[in-house]
Design a protein. Structure first.
Lengths: 102, 241
């Protein structure tokens, strides 16, 4: 409890990632699933930045920046898909989208 | 140093609680607000971990752009009453919870038995300060060793923009405006009641559309440009679903 160790942010990252994963597995609303994916990406960012802090390196921060950029692109496309889905099917239920199975 | 740990712990606990709120909230708007809490707390943690630029980027990009976009979509999308709000699918819920617990145990074991320590990099706090700050140091790293990934990221953003435009296109498109104009020009050249009527065989007409002879005594729609079309479907103008 005297000094900040890697275990602190590693546990934080693991907790956030697993909460996001449970959200993806249990929820049915597409928008909530989308937000949980953002949560998981942020957990990975915490790990990157924490290791960069531990190792006195800038590479981790550079990778976190790339993750943020890709997350922005992913969110644009994902929300576009959600909009198209709601316009065609009038639903945000992930279980209603099962065209590939049938 | 102990104050740092205390602040880190408080921020972490708030972040994790807000993350739980994202998953457990019934209303998606509440989920989004919880997610904003998580993001702001994570930005503060980035400041503790000496990543000031990324903290600002986190606030601007995640909380400012992505979350506002999510809130807009929540407003636009029709929120129906999902079965999960009435306690449906308990098997899925229990399974997800179990998977989460197992995974948490595994990761905790991996973290606690972690021994590998890599080579310490060159960017000590003194070195970062000598370079002029976090932004300058990050820029030096990015634009010396990661030029190609940055350009690839730019291409990805461009493609995502185009993809979003394609996805957000209106669903009902009156595509063949040009085709309809062509057909109208042909049929207006032969006014009605002019002796024998010919049936025109227009090869580009899709099956099921009526040509002039079959249209009976329906009134003619005179249009020179696509903007003058009324709601009445003209020949050749069909709505694609």
């Amino acid at each position: 409890m005297s000094q900040l160790t890697p275990d602190h942010f590693l546990f934080l990252s693991a907790a956030l990632f697993i909460i996001g994963l449970m959200g993806v597995l249990t929820r049915r609303n597409v928008l909530v699933i989308f937000m949980c994916i953002e949560l998981m990406l942020n957990a990975v960012n915490v790990s990157f930045i924490g290791f960069a802090w531990e190792q006195n390196s800038m590479v981790g921060q550079a990778f976190a920046l790339f993750v943020i950029a890709i997350a922005a692109a992913e969110s644009v496309v994902g929300l576009g898909i959600i909009m198209a889905l709601s316009r065609r099917r009038d639903t945000v239920d992930i279980n209603a989208v099962r065209d590939l199975r049938e | 140093m102990s104050a740092q740990v205390l602040v880190f712990d408080i921020l972490s606990v708030i972040a994790v609680l807000a993350a739980l709120g994202v998953v457990l909230a019934r209303n998606p708007v509440h989920s989004a607000v919880s997610l904003a809490f998580t993001f702001v707390n994570l930005a503060a943690i980035y400041v503790i971990l000496r990543a000031e630029f990324l903290a600002v980027v986190q606030i601007i990009v995640y909380t400012g752009a992505i979350l506002v976009l999510v809130l807009f979509v929540i407003m636009l999308v029709h929120q129906e009453d999902l079965p999960e709000f009435h306690g449906g699918q308990p098997l899925q819920r229990v399974f997800g919870f179990l998977v989460g617990l197992v995974l948490l145990g595994e990761v905790a074991a991996a973290i606690l038995t972690r021994t590998a320590v890599g080579q310490v990099g060159p960017w000590s706090p003194q070195q970062v300060a000598a370079a002029g700050g976090n932004v300058q140091a990050l820029g030096e790293v990015l634009y010396s060793g990661y030029v190609l990934p940055i350009q690839a990221t730019a291409v990805v953003l461009l493609v995502a923009t185009i993809g979003a435009l394609v996805l957000a296109r209106p669903d009902v498109v009156t595509v063949p405006i040009g085709m309809a104009r062509q057909v109208l020009t042909i049929s207006l050249g032969h006014p009605r009641g002019d002796g024998e009527e010919e049936t025109f065989e227009v090869p580009m007409l899709p099956a099921g559309t009526t040509t002039k002879a079959e249209a009976g005594d329906r009134e003619l729609v005179m249009a020179k440009t696509g903007d003058e079309f009324t709601d009445k479907p003209a020949w050749g103008e069909h709505r694609t679903r």
